[in-house]
Write a protein that binds this ligand. Structure first.
Ligand code: ACO
Length: 375
């Protein structure tokens, strides 16, 4: 086997079909079940996106109402989850806490004990909805606990986005700010065979269960080369401080061969299709907050980095500061990504199960030649 035959990072390798989303780097477009993501972000509640990704179609009004009713009924945490969150060390990373709590959800699901229960498609749809409903309550509780605050119970008179913000902050921001949050959830929901989704599919391909697949996907999402970048972007902004510091900071960072978080993408090489929509949403918050300093820092880093490297921002670049302006702690940004992407992950787990082949690539051995124990 030659070096050129080895596809490090599986770059350029097509491993399967998917009908869930289409990423088209040539036209910088992203379709969920055929619909352009920008159209969905402009018109749909986040619950309709979950419905679309799982069922293949947007819900009509009655279907949406029934779906929301089911979702609202499953938001409250089991007291054992609240107790588990209380056992976590104060300085544990929210991604680790949420990963652990999601793992616990699997232990509550007694349908897993049924013969064939791990991969039953009807049960899996119910599990996807359960995870979708529970994760915001977990993330909100984790955010509050970081500030020494008690969790707030979910409200069944509020939609997904409003309830999420209510449970986190105990008050609702402006309608415009709620909408920014909704848009971010829609844009983060699904992106074909990205690292975390592929992880979920690898786990599903062994005919393991949905909770295990989602826990594994959370582990993959945590890394700053993937979802962890939205947190890392904010750390970079904090490090740079103000727009005047961008040039010297960038000179040094590039001389040290640092990766600039929030820029670059494995698939999109001429800009991420989701960025213009998320940037427009961020602009609403920048305007509302009067944070011209942050707007200037954002624009200066983008223009300097693009001019020097020709590498464009990805979705994490505008979403990081947007979550900051909404009031979330920086360490809670990637858990918000979990809440959104669990819709895509679970859709992929079901698609993998429906047409399964164990995912098991080959490797080329480059260790020591065969040898034998002496004596
Ligand atoms: N900062 C500096 N240089 C970069 C960056 C960046 N953000 N992104 C790519 N490059 C450079 C690499 O150093 C490399 O240069 P070289 O050829 O001189 O060695 C070249 O561009 C190719 O980069 P790779 O990392 O090999 O490209 P790949 O397709 O594997 O990387 C990735 C994509 C991992 C996203 C990369 O661009 C990166 O690390 N970006 C920063 C992290 C980030 O923002 N991740 C979020 C991804 S999107 C999402 O999860 C929503």
């Amino acid at each position: 086997m030659t070096d050129s035959e080895i596809r490090k990072g599986l770059a350029g390798v097509v491993v399967d079909y998917t009908a869930i989303s289409k990423v088209n780097p040539e036209s910088n477009s992203l379709l969920y079940r055929g619909y352009p993501v920008q159209e969905l972000a402009a018109t749909q509640p986040f619950e309709a996106i979950a419905y679309l990704l799982w069922s293949g179609e947007l819900p009509d009004a009655a279907q949406l109402e029934a779906f929301q009713k089911h979702e609202r009924a499953q938001r409250a945490l089991d007291p054992r989850t609240v107790a588990l969150l209380d056992t976590m060390p104060e300085d544990a990373h929210p991604m680790d806490i949420v990963r652990t709590a999601v793992s616990q959800l699997g232990t509550f699901d007694h349908t897993l004990h049924r013969p064939g229960g791990w991969t039953d498609p009807d049960l899996d749809l119910g599990r996807a909805l359960y995870l979708f409903a529970q994760i915001p309550t977990i993330v909100a509780a984790v955010q509050r606990r970081r500030r020494g605050l008690e969790p707030i119970a979910p409200r069944d008179d509020l939609d997904y986005s409003r309830n999420f913000l209510w449970m986190t902050f105990g008050e609702l921001p402006s309608d415009a700010a709620v909408d920014v949050f909704r848009v971010s959830m829609v844009l983060y929901a699904e992106h074909s065979f990205n690292a975390s989704t592929f992880t979920a599919r690898v786990i599903a391909s062994t005919t393991s269960d949905m909770y295990s697949a989602v826990v594994g996907a959370i582990g993959a999402l945590k890394g700053p080369l993937h979802g962890g970048a939205n947190e890392a972007v904010m750390h970079i902004f904090d490090e740079i401080g103000t727009a005047e510091n961008v040039v010297p900071w960038l000179d040094k960072a590039l001389a040290e061969k640092r990766k600039i978080m929030g820029f670059g993408h494995r698939v999109y090489k001429n800009g991420d299709s989701r960025v213009p929509t998320m940037k427009a949403a961020l602009d609403v918050l920048l305007e509302e907050s009067g944070r011209t300093d942050l707007a200037e820092l954002y624009a200066t880093l983008e223009s300097e980095f693009v001019a020097r490297k020709g590498i464009y921002p990805n979705l994490d670049y505008p979403s990081g500061p947007a979550y900051n302006l909404l009031g979330f702690d920086t360490e809670v940004f990637t858990p918000l990504f979990i809440a959104a992407r669990v819709t895509g992950w679970t859709a992929h787990v079901m698609e993998q199960a429906a047409s399964n082949a164990l995912i098991r690539p080959l490797s080329a051995y480059n260790g020591v030649d065969e040898r034998h124990v002496e004596g």
